[in-house]
Design a protein around this ligand. Structure first.
Ligand SMILES: Cc1cc2nc3c(=O)[nH]c(=O)nc-3n(C[C@H](O)[C@H](O)[C@H](O)COP(=O)(O)OP(=O)(O)OC[C@H]3O[C@@H](n4cnc5c(N)ncnc54)[C@H](O)[C@@H]3O)c2cc1C
Length: 386
């Protein structure tokens, strides 16, 4: 490889954040090189599962409601332009919560203020509409009819295909970060390891950010093990498919799930942070105690699925920041190196808005949001964004 500059901006990481950043930069006429060590939306990345929820409700964290709205419009626009409409499933999203849940009340206010359509249902209406859910301990629900599910790994592939169609290059390669004495990133492929040059480098490396930049991010990105289960629904039973069952979140239980989409099964997971995880090496097989926990949970909330077989599982990682806010900022010492990450278990839906914001920061002219700064990231976890 020549020592000449090979692009204007190198985007390292083709998960949802890197792919959308590359797309916004390519749309603004930049020569972009998008790189990934394992491939876009691969099964060890956080963007790699079949599906991710897109919802507008974020309690009082209005910036995320607004970014979700902005992002849903861009996802739909991309899917329409690339004939990928099936990658968004408008299942509706139902938030269930106990009496007096502060996040639910704040969500209603923010949704109203931002003109997001929603319904509010009490216990009676919930049990009539959703007899397949045991609503013990639940006081009310908010239903977002326009929200739903993004078909995650295929959606990332669609973004990368669009990036390439616009003239950018995608390459399978591992990038070694500029650390310590080596100030130039290096490109590692099967046959070579060489320095490479660009005006700007954006590291959109999810949970790997902590490993790539140990001095700066080793204590500021907290990757945690998260398990996801798909369960086979009873034969001929439509109660666990859309529209009978929407995508759901239950605040009391720190749980979420989706109806049976594309016949893969009813999806269910706990949103509690698991143990610390290494994204390269953590075991991707679920443990017996994780199976037992989810079985107990499903039997309680969805009694008709008590005996349902587990048809598929995924083990993934959240790449948490200290409080759940994204990290989108410049490296503290290297002025042409940027970080974008900290999706913290809720980032997927925001890919388009994150990419747009990142492009604005790198190319200049974008207003900086203090919540996304490196300076705001603590070394102790205290989750506030859900
Ligand atoms: C179980 C689970 C459920 C979730 N549910 C939701 C949800 O319902 N809704 C929602 O909005 N969000 C959800 N999220 C969060 C969301 O999926 C993540 O925040 C988002 O996918 C993060 O994307 P990313 O691009 O930052 O990281 P990743 O998708 O992990 O991508 C990072 C990429 O960087 C590459 N990379 C790393 N190091 C290098 C290197 N040195 N050289 C080259 N490439 C490199 C990796 O190979 C990887 O492809 C969930 C996450 C998990 C794990």
């Amino acid at each position: 490889m020549s020592r000449a500059k090979i692009c204007d901006v190198a985007v390292v990481g083709a998960g949802v954040f890197g792919a959308w950043t590359a797309l916004h930069l390519a749309k603004r006429g930049k020569r972009v090189l998008l790189l990934d060590a394992y491939g876009p939306g691969h099964s060890r990345s956080s963007s790699g599962d079949e599906s991710r929820i897109i919802r507008m409700g974020y309690g009082a964290d209005e910036i995320y409601t607004q970014w979700s709205m902005r992002s849903l419009a861009q996802w739909k626009e991309l899917f329409a332009a690339t004939r990928n409409e099936a990658l968004f499933k408008k299942t509706g999203v139902l938030w269930l919560a106990e009496a007096g849940n502060a996040q639910q009340s704040a969500t209603k206010e923010v949704l109203k203020r931002n003109g997001v359509a929603f319904n509010e249902w009490g216990r009676e209406e919930l049990s009539e509409r959703y007899p397949q859910i045991n609503i013990d301990g639940i006081a009310s629900g908010i239903y977002e009819p326009e929200s739903g599910v993004l078909m995650a790994r295929r959606a990332v592939a669609a973004v990368v295909a669009e990036v390439v169609r616009l003239g950018a290059e995608y390459r399978l390669a591992e990038v070694l970060a500029p650390n310590g004495t080596g100030k130039t990133p290096r490109l590692n492929t099967t046959n070579s390891s060489e320095p490479f040059y660009a005006d700007q480098f954006i590291f959109a490396c999810g949970a790997w950010l902590a490993k790539l930049f140990p001095e700066v991010l080793g204590k500021r990105i907290f990757p945690t093990r998260q398990t996801v289960f798909y369960m086979g629904v009873p034969a001929g039973d439509a109660r666990f498919s859309s529209p009978a069952l929407p995508t759901w979140l239950i605040k009391n239980d720190e749980s979420y799930g989706m109806p049976d989409i594309e016949s893969r099964g009813f999806k269910v997971a706990l949103d509690r942070h698991g143990e610390a995880a290494d994204p390269d090496t953590q075991p991707r097989i679920v443990a017996a105690k994780e199976v037992e926990e989810i079985r107990g949970y499903v039997a309680r909330r969805f009694p008709a699925l008590k005996e349902a077989p587990i048809t598929e599982t995924r083990v993934c990682q959240y790449e948490n920041s200290s409080n759940g806010d994204f990290l989108i900022d410049r490296h503290p010492e290297l002025s042409n190196v940027w970080f974008v990450g900290g999706g913290s278990g809720h980032g997927f839906k925001h890919g388009p808005a994150v990419g747009e914001y990142m492009a604005g920061q790198v190319l200049g002219g974008g207003k900086a949001e203090p919540r996304f700064s490196l300076a705001s990231k603590e070394t102790v976890q205290r989750r506030i964004v859900f």
